[in-house]
Ligand binder design. Sequence first.
Ligand code: PLP
Length: 400
Amino acid sequence: MNGLPEKKIQWAISLGCIMYDSFVRFVRELYQTNEDIQLHIPVFTNEDKTTVCDAIDSTFVSSVSAYVGKFEQKLCDFTRSSYVVSVVNGTAALHLAMYLSGVSKKTEVITQSLSFVATGNAILYTGATPVFVDISPDTLGMSPIALSTFLEEHGELRENGTYNRLTGRRISACVPMHTFGHPCEIDKIIDICKRWAIVVIEDAAEALGSFYYDRHCGCFGKLGVLSFNGNKTITTGGGGAMLMDSSITAERSRHLSTTAKVPHAWEFVHDRLGFNYRLPGLNAALGYSQMNSLDGLLKEKRKIAMAYREWANDNGFNFVAEPKNAKSNFWLNTLLMEGKQQRDAFLEATNQRGIMTRPPWNPLHTLPCFTKCLRTELTITDDIVGRAVNIPSSPRMAYQ
Ligand SMILES: *Cc1c(COP(=O)(O)O)cnc(C)c1O
């Protein structure tokens, strides 16, 4: 090798470092702190503390607490979902949503590979097998084109549903995910699935406060799922919820998540196999109070996103923008680098300087539990996974 290309590489690397320094300086200025800056930390108010104490004082800390219903009502009001059933975490919500929708052994569930492992795990809990289709570069969520191409090629609509001609198995559900809080093209996905008689369950775990055409994410499919894990937009420590329109489904959700116990003054009658999935009152109390902060948190998260967008535009970086017709909650802001090399150098430089940045999850089709699962070409998924980086997105109140 002659000296020239090497020099060029050196030059590119030092230019990269200057850019990364400018990012680090920008984030420090944005958050006004010399502490390490995390990806997403929660904000707690004094009201949160007094509300949790109130739940303790009441002695009703389990799911019989009045706070469970009060938290669910607040979620109903905010999302405009007809019914909300809260459960112990988002994974349990996904599992129960699928269980309720008839997802079972020897069936298949279409989903995206770019997701947190919970989406895939919940499918496996039911005994079904995931099928991975590609994402759209505009939303980072399931691509309606990839979905319909897969169904056109391999789907066969029969009397009791659509079957995969390759495997002979029934396709029992489709689970798109609203990635990093950006709404996917859920209206198109719903249309396609309607044509093929496939139930849609939305993994809206990251999308509390995200809307598509003025409708809250999770309110399009038969069921939608939220998460209140510690790193999500609001938190109950751990927690999740199912959104739905049907009163019958709501009743079944409540029953099945409460060990299928038939209400009775003293008898323990459990009329079928149930789950102990109900959200405890302690967690619900925190959620009830956190809901009062939600509007403020969303405004603040939007401000941070807009600041990043401007910085990225001025500095030649590619910021993942709010999709068309959508209002994102900007749960985790994302930059798209030129390639893996630049991305890894960025991760190295920023983490070394106390600014937490992270690549997306390893896509599900590369994890041991899922490598044997059927998948279509995942060109966009692989490309995005190699180039994307999540950047600090906490509301600034978290550092005050
Ligand atoms: C957070 C999350 C979940 C649920 O996670 P829990 O920790 O079980 O609440 C599910 N799917 C996605 C995509 C998530 O980000």
